[in-house]
Design a protein around this ligand. Structure first.
Ligand code: SAH
Ligand code: SF4
Length: 363
């Protein structure tokens, strides 16, 4: 199915309340029609309004004229069943985003290992420009709308023929810089009428937008939080993450303590190990202290090379040394040595290649 150039809004971006307003107030439909429409969208996963046979023909016509179902088109899948699979989606404006499906094992983010995790994108590009990251290489293009976030999950479930039961916002973009649409998508993802995935199975990853972390903490549902720390001191973070010039580590940790006061969920620190940049063993000791102050978990990730960047990962032996120091300081620590290197595993790389090929990115 190809998308119309002048894209209509997608039905995947509406909460039950929004749809009630739309169908009852604007189209004079009784309440049970809202329930029927929601069932078609989220339970039966209809591909088109034509399938919604228990809705009156006139209503179907109105819906067809004003809405489309999916806001994105699947253009490429890399990887196969039982491996990490990457999905590349084309959006109505010719931009691309990618979503990654990670099979049951290994266990991630404190989940049981029977979980299928989707790693979703929240923006096209990213304005935060971390120096090691492919997503930020070409700057920021635009926020994803709520339907484009929800649409990634539904399209991946459809293609894979299996239910996603764990979601991490670790694809392209900074989710907390797109808070309004993220919030709307979270309502649809967690809604019992929607994708019905529990908040405890959703992790938002952020590079450290302190005020937005507080806003996330104020949501009634307890979404899990992962912080891309990548440096245990301001000096180290300043070298690789421009966001640190806006919110220094102290301010970030103040927000994290606030989050902790509101949520029972443990925070995770993501720490990419980059050779000669943030991997000296002194950082490991400070990282451990910081994690302990919050009761946080630490997830160490050897750096995935990005085409065009000179950064590399430390030796496996050094990664283990770094891990042992954090661990021996009493912090629960995982080290993921992945084999994903060869399929453009670092988020943002598939899209970068495609948009370069399409002439959308020229540098
Ligand atoms: N913007 C958010 C979420 C998207 S990035 C954030 O920064 O947290 C998701 C994770 O992938 C982050 O921890 C990010 O630092 C990490 N990442 C980016 N480039 C990477 C690379 N080349 N190798 C390993 N991890 C990378
Ligand atoms: Fe943006 Fe996250 Fe990449 Fe930094 S690591 S550039 S915040 S996507």
């Amino acid at each position: 199915m190809s998308l119309k150039p002048q894209a209509l809004p997608s039905l995947l971006g509406y909460t039950a309340d929004d749809l009630t307003k739309l169908l009852k107030e604007e189209h004079g439909q009784p309440a049970y029609r809202v329930k029927q429409a929601l069932e078609w969208i989220y339970t039966h996963r209809a591909d088109s309004v034509d399938e919604m046979l228990n809705l009156p023909a006139a209503l179907r016509d109105t819906l067809k004229q004003n809405f489309r179902m999916s806001p994105l088109e699947l253009v490429r899948v890399q990887g196969s069943e039982d491996t990490t699979r990457k999905f590349l989606f084309k959006l109505h404006d010719g931009r691309y985003v990618e979503t990654v499906l990670i099979p049951a094992s290994p266990a991630l983010y404190g989940e049981k290992s029977d979980r299928h995790t989707a790693c979703v994108s929240s923006q096209v590009g990213c304005a935060y420009g971390c120096k090691f990251c492919a997503s930020g290489l070409d700057g920021f293009t635009r926020n994803l709308t709520a339907d484009e976030i929800v649409g990634q999950l539904m399209a991946v479930e459809k293609h894979a023929g299996r239910k996603i039961n764990n979601i991490v916002f670790m694809g392209m973009g900074e989710p907390l810089a797109n808070f309004k649409n993220l919030n709307q998508a979270l309502d649809i993802i967690t809604g019992h009428w929607g994708l019905n995935i529990g908040a405890r199975h959703i992790t938002i990853s952020t590079s450290g937008l302190a005020p937005m972390i507080k806003k996330l903490a104020d949501r009634p549902q307890q979404i899990r939080l992962a912080i891309s720390l990548h440096g245990a001191t301001n000096d180290t973070r300043d070298k690789i993450m421009p966001v640190n010039s806006k919110w220094k580590i102290d301010e970030l940790f103040e927000a994290l303590h606030y989050y902790k006061s509101k949520s029972k969920k443990r925070i995770t620190f993501e720490y990419i190990l980059i050779k000669g940049i943030n991997d000296d063993l002194e950082q490991a000791t400070i990282l451990a202290k910081r994690a302990k102050s919050l009761g946080a978990l630490v997830n160490l990730i050897p750096y995935n090379t990005v085409e065009g960047l000179e950064w590399v990962r430390p030796s496996e032996e050094h990664c283990y040394k770094f891990r042992d120091i954090v661990r021996n300081n009493g912090v629960t620590t995982t080290l993921r040595i992945e084999k994903g290197h060869d399929i453009d595993a670092a988020c943002g790389q598939l899209r970068l290649k495609q948009e370069t090929a399409d002439g959308k990115i020229t540098s």
